[in-house]
Design a protein around this ligand. Sequence first.
Ligand code: NAD
Length: 499
Amino acid sequence: MHTVGHFINGQHVNDPNARTQPVFDPALGVATRQVALASTATVQSAIAAAEAAFPAWRETPPSKRARIMFRFKQLLEERAEQLCALITAEHGKVLSDALGELQRGIENVEFACYAPELLKGEHSKNVGPAIDSWSEFQPLGVVAGITPFNFPAMVPLWMWPLAVVCGNTFVLKPSEKTPSSTLFLVELAKEAGLPDGVLNIVNGDKEAVDALIDSPVVQAISFVGSTPIAESIYTRGCATGKRVQALGGAKNHAVVMPDADLDNAVSALMGAAYGSCGERCMAIPVVVAVGDAVGDALAERLAAALKQMKVGPGTEPGNDMGPLVTPAHFEKVKGYVDAGVAEGATLVVDGRQTRIASAPEGFFLGGCLFDHVKPGMTIYRDEIFGPVLSIVRVGSLDEAMALIDAHEYGNGTCLFTRDGEAARYFTDRIKVGMVGVNVPLPVPVSFHSFGGWKRSLFGDLSAYGPDGVRFYTRRKTITQRWPSSGVREKAVFTFPSNQ
Ligand code: NAD
């Protein structure tokens, strides 16, 4: 069985004594590869490679760094089919969705191509008599990224292209569930001309992550994954003096108002709830119906739409939704559906009996729809990360907003309405970081930044875009004066503000 290894200093690295873990093809329901789990020593060798590459890379002009990103973008487009096949083979999402993920990742590479513009800094002439002052944005050094399984191309592309064009070197620890497409990205970066050691990959689990956190060489960590791990990485990373941004889990609510265009809302909700089998941090697993008439209509129309949704292997054209990622995750999600029934929610559509003739062993769970879900239930409280949509009924927009604000997560939310006043009220006051109006998945474009509120993001700066540039650079402010010959001043013992 093929072992997916590491990529350190421009070379594939495999330690025959390393621990390994199976990597599944979730549509086939079998392990088709295994992934090496890096030891502390392997991680340290990747950090050492990144540290050695830093001095020369730091001195490389930003325009030259950006040119590598232009070539990299071109390679991503040329090899998209190969890359997406790897995503689908390990994640299970349908190929068209893998392509969508890649496109969003490419947009981050395009943003990184602006490096010379992004790093221009700020300049003020004559802040005092013959004194000039400027701020420049210097790289941090070695930066690490730790990424989740659900976007094996896009989330790494949120991180390292921007970090490296800012002059840092990088060690990436992808998800051990979906390692191959991420490794392929790094091979393409080398082909695009990225010097050896600037970007390194170590596959692994907690041992590898701990080695990154404990290293005094690593200056900053970007993490994306579940909230408990995000919180622990943030706490431990900050305790070792690192800069940390740790993006966590979500439970995004969509609110449907009585005046909404219901057909549009139902189409949008179908994609947002069941696309990628619900394994998206911006998925909509909760729809809040304002009024029973909206609740009844949504339950009926969503159930009808679910009958039309095609479930099957991501490689088969025409399918809308693939399998869940691993057998363990399948059991977890199915367990939540069982719990919802036990807690008294109405299971309008039960996907638990779904069987796919062409893929009988795959980890397929059909789309599930619950109605009359209450805030105390586990299916309302927890992030399920599967194809399970819950309808909650409330009497007013304020009641819907109070529910959303009370939830521990604050990643994304959306309002379906035709009322501009309601939309303005909602977007202004809701305690959530990314808000849509008639847009179910308000994922910010690459020249904005991505970040939730509350327990969906630990740290001060969001991912990518302008916040990403600030995260991967350190401000240095220089105040400079060149006294003219003959002008000599006496010692000054006060602030020079009144001179
Ligand atoms: P996860 O937290 O299990 O794993 C994320 C990363 O952390 C992986 O690289 C994994 O190897 C590592 N990890 C796992 N356990 C660890 C431990 N005990 N110590 C140190 N490292 C550990 O998440 P996942 O299942 O891969 O991804 C799904 C989660 O990611 C969901 O909660 C989802 O909402 C979240 N997510 C959030 C965003 C966002 O932008 N906020 C984006 C995508 C996914």
